[in-house]
Design a protein around this ligand. Structure first.
Ligand SMILES: [Fe+2]
Length: 294
């Protein structure tokens, strides 16, 4: 996943062909050999995945299913307060399991009849052009591993809780799903890496970390906020700026901390008019003009 990739654990293939996920020294699961073995096995599933086949089944422990159950229950409570109506309706529509981690195939089977989106397995980093490009075809690359059970409300990497609770619920909305597709079409249209990066930043500040006015309150529709037990309590206190394409496309952000600059849409119509229209029509030239206007 795009710049989030900077905090994906690196993956290497050993001489014997086996896959190694290199967790950092401060990763909560680094000293747990059983967890690390499972991470290696889950990464190998995605590396060996053949497009068109069913998504391989990831093995989870009872403890990991309990992490999903706990975090999804607690996030659902917070969503009632902090998520916009469009997202809450999509949650109802999708009906994710609450008691176990769904396999990505199960997520696809819930999602496809609603908006046509299906999941693809990712071991970790997916190159920007692939990650965004496939959105145009209704595919979403997703990791399958889950955070370490010792710290259920914290993950240093985007895990299946982020990918599914954050993104799949959003992708169950016709209107959000249309925005994801437009981002994919934009990524396919542009040629330069600079333009692609601009598009990815607009995605970051909207579909990952976007906030939106709803009646007199500020809500979050970005998957990064909606899947974070800590960040969802903090976003209203951040530096909230008006929706501005040139600013979003050129603002630097630090992925390892809570996002302290956020951009507010005044309504979903407003988001579609500004960001949807941008993704629908942008090209290398229009993005170069926007970039130089800042
Ligand atoms: Fe994400």
């Amino acid at each position: 996943m795009f710049e989030e990739a900077q905090y994906f654990a690196p993956i290497s293939t050993r001489d014997d062909g086996s896959v190694l996920v290199e967790l950092s020294a401060d990763h909560p699961g680094v000293a747990d050999p059983t967890y690390r073995e499972r991470r290696n096995a889950i990464a190998a599933l995605a590396i060996g995945y053949v497009p068109g086949d069913p998504i391989p089944v990831a093995e989870y422990t009872a403890q990991e299913h309990d992490v999903w159950a706990l975090v999804s229950r607690e996030l659902a409570i917070k969503h009632q307060k902090y998520a916009p109506v469009e997202y809450l309706n999509a949650v109802q529509r999708l009906g994710l399991p609450k008691d176990h981690i769904p396999q990505l195939e199960e997520v696809s089977n819930l999602l496809a009849p609603l908006t046509g989106f299906r999941y693809l397995p990712a071991a970790g980093l997916v190159p920007l052009r692939d990650f965004y490009g496939v959105l145009a075809d209704g595919y979403f690359y997703s990791t399958q591993y889950i955070r370490h059970h010792s710290v259920p409300f914290y993950t240093p990497e985007p895990d299946v809780i982020h990918e599914v609770i954050g993104h799949a619920n959003a992708l169950a909305s016709d209107r959000y799903a249309a925005l994801y597709r437009l981002a994919g079409q934009a990524a396919r249209r542009v040629k330069s890496d600079e333009a692609l990066e601009f598009i990815s930043k607009v995605f970051w500040f909207t579909l990952e970390f976007g906030v939106i006015a709803e009646r007199d309150e500020l809500k979050a529709y970005g998957a990064g906020i909606l899947s974070s037990y800590g960040e969802i309590e903090e976003f209203r206190g951040m530096d909230i700026r008006p929706l501005d394409l040139a600013a979003m496309g050129t603002t630097q952000y630090d992925i390892t901390k809570y996002q302290d600059v956020l951009f507010r849409a005044e309504s979903l119509d407003h988001l579609e008019d500004v960001v949807g229209d941008f993704w629908a029509h942008c090209d290398d030239d229009s993005i170069a003009r926007l970039s130089s206007s800042k």
